[in-house]
Design a protein around this ligand. Sequence first.
Ligand code: ASP
Length: 414
Amino acid sequence: MAKEKSKKKLGMTTLIFIGLFLGAFTGIILYYFVPGGYMRDTVLVDGVFYVVGQGFLRLMQMLVVPLVFCSLICGSAAIGDTKTLGKVGVKTIVFYLFTTALAISIALAVGTIVKPGLGLDTAAIQTQDVTVAESTTLTETLLNIIPTNPIGALANGTMLQVIVFALFVGIILAKLGERVEVVSNFFAQFNDIMMEMTNMVMMYAPIGVFGLISYTVSQHGLKVLLPLGKLILVSAIASVLHVIICYSPLVKYVVRIPLPTFFRGVFEPWLIAFTTCSSAAALPTNLQSVRRLGASKGVASFSIPLGNTINMDGTALYMGVCSLFIANVFGIHLSMDQMMMIVLTGTLASIGTAGVPGAGLIMLAMVLQSVGLPLEGLALVAGIDRVLDMFRTTLNITGDAAVAVAIDATEKSV
Ligand code: ASP
């Protein structure tokens, strides 16, 4: 029975992979070999592929708010007394902040050596206008974590506020115990419903992934990548280094599972993150993978939704690489102080970044502003942001998984 199940699981991951591959292939054929026109552009690319891909993204997003809410309530209630929860919570947040700051430092180190923006022919780059959101002050950002209306937070998908309210409910359920058994059971069962819904939606994943990738590739082709190849390369090198320096030791020495087991375990959420560019969309599968890797229900359902919102190593790394890239292009030398400032604002900005496609580009403005780098630089990066987003989102959810299994291991060993 168990063997049958794992066979089925493997089948789904393979199918998603095939969807990804076929999507890229179809996109390339359409972009390079099929002349533009009503059939190709309107019916196929903007019609079928767009609907199929966005439909999948929306289905995954449909799961997020109820899943994060129920999962965090159940997770914090399962961890039990406030003291243990406080310990696990503080440990998780410290791990998350540390890995994020490390990611951005690695990005700055690699960027300083490779200098991704030096000698760039800016005329060869397709620029795009980016609207910069009005920045909020630090005090406002902090206060905004507390919901004035929890139902409003749920309705608007304001994740940090949802988290705060869910934690309160979970802690109180644990405190009141039997008195609130009906409500505890309700959330536990609703959580099961959301997990089952995830399984259902995932059946559609291979087709959805096909739609998302064929749409992206047939829109952009591969040539947009060339002028900014060095930027993509630096991001890739820094991401791989982060996996080697940060996650590998965590998995190997703290969790004590072989690295291939871990990477195989997170492969399915990787594919979803890579193709949707939304860590929120990858959250349901990431939660399932971490459970399959052996994390307890309590820690997994607490750490993963929390990390999904506040832990974005890939986004932080991207902010570091892009800041250096823009500084290079405009011939600006960044001092050590400015680099420290980038680590600080990049870490904070990544916490505030929503797990949706392209959110990091908007938040990059905050980092650039903090060290006085020109915002026009955003337009240079915007053209290939989708590609960078694929990698940073994948790293974002890998970080959540690595920290969650590590926290679980440290809890089990005490
Ligand atoms: N797309 C990223 C995510 O969902 C956020 C970002 O744009 O950096 O994790």
